[in-house]
Design a protein around this ligand. Sequence first.
Ligand SMILES: NC(=O)c1ccc[n+]([C@@H]2O[C@H](COP(=O)([O-])OP(=O)(O)OC[C@H]3O[C@@H](n4cnc5c(N)ncnc54)[C@H](O)[C@@H]3O)[C@@H](O)[C@H]2O)c1
Ligand SMILES: [Zn+2]
Ligand SMILES: [Zn+2]
Length: 460
Amino acid sequence: MVARPYAPHPGAGVDDDAGRLVAEDERKRLGEVAVHDVEVARANAARGDPDQRFPLVGRLELDVLDRHRLSHLPEHGCLDPHGREPTAPPSYNRAVRAAVLREIDRPLEVEDVDLADPGPGQVAVRLAASGICHSDWNVITGATTNPLPAVLGHEGAGVVEALGEGVTDVAVGDHVVLSWLPSCGKCFYCVRGRGVLCDMAMADMFAGTLPGGSLALSQDGEPIYHYGFLSAFAERCVVPEICCVPIREDVPLDVAALVGCAVMTGFGAAVLRARVEPGSVAVVYGAGGVGLSAVLGCKLAGAQAIVAADPVAFKRKTALALGATHAVDPRTEDVAELARELTDGRGADYAFDTAGAPGVVAQAYVAVRRGGVVVAVGLPPEGETADLPASDLPREEKVVTGSFYGSCRPHQDMPLVLDLYMDGRLDLGALVTRTFTLDEVNEGFAAMNAGEVARGVIRF
Ligand SMILES: NC(=O)c1ccc[n+]([C@@H]2O[C@H](COP(=O)([O-])OP(=O)(O)OC[C@H]3O[C@@H](n4cnc5c(N)ncnc54)[C@H](O)[C@@H]3O)[C@@H](O)[C@H]2O)c1
Ligand SMILES: [Zn+2]
Ligand SMILES: [Zn+2]
């Protein structure tokens, strides 16, 4: 099947032959919109609750500063940072080994699939490593719906191998983390620095395609769908340029892969969404790849006590090794009671649901103090609801929020996280507890579900 072209930044405001420069007047207009938003947000904050947990104004100000400093939009950079000319697309069409899900509740089948040439705005990446995330498992069980057959995998890192027409932000040979959440840079959310909520990404997320509806995968002329805009359980993948986050080359690529989902999600939930404060008390439900990353984030942010709650003993032990001060089995111990004991009876300042099991958000709600923050990160099966005590909501002023992809801005936050790792301040290496070959992908899922790994990683 022939890939339909993907226009990375469709519509007005896009210049020319390079196809990527935002026109001057559009840039100015968007800059003014952002400045206006900051003023409105500042005025709202001045009238509102001084104990506001999410300093939106600060974030917006940063966005505006970034924009003015870089003097371009959208946020991920339309200008060629390397000063290179766009490269002509090579001939790339090739067969690759990939793990295909054909039906829910069936093992993945590792077989040859056809990978198209990278189209305009697309990049071909040779995978070095792909982490095994519970969100892939949600597709296998049908808890999350995605068109099938599909190549799963959304936590990858590798090396850029070929460029489609007009690609200027990465070059062949660059090491990249793959982001599973492209953003258009132009919609309501993107211009406010909230690319994880991008209209374009949300529209296509469950279509199993690349942004704009194209597919780079097929087999004998039949379509094969993507997952998370990537399909990283494959030797190679073709992804939108904006999904490639260039990183320093001294980072081991299996560690970098985890930053593509678990680390950014858990760390970001703590540091970027909740903005955990020094001296605070946090509870993290679930100590898988995401939860352990939240523990690391809480520790870096200076939390005084971090309670990890997980039914699996190995996970609790790992959480303690990574900085949790307490680790409990929620089946036999009262997590909320422990949180109160640690806080003169108040309850935790923050609680993170990274388990994704039904009912955990409600438990987290009970574990936090009045005005505390509950961050829902785990993804229960579609259709599940979170049952909260409605009359307590107004009285207790607890903040219940979600966090998607750690509320991150991939091009800014992923390199930052990797710098922290390389500086020895974030022990991401400890998360890679076992590696698998692509052929062993089903064993990787079995190990995750048996609670035997912090993160299982496929090495190519
Ligand atoms: N919000 C996002 O952007 C985002 C991104 C990635 C993953 N996720 C979701 O986050 C969740 C965690 O992903 P993961 O890859 O770390 O999964 P994982 O399977 O590695 O870890 C989940 C952990 O939760 C524990 N657990 C299960 N039931 C529990 C309960 N009732 N209380 C406490 N702990 C419990 C398990 O023992 C396990 O250690 C999944 O639901 C996944 O789909 C969300
Ligand atoms: Zn994931
Ligand atoms: Zn957008």
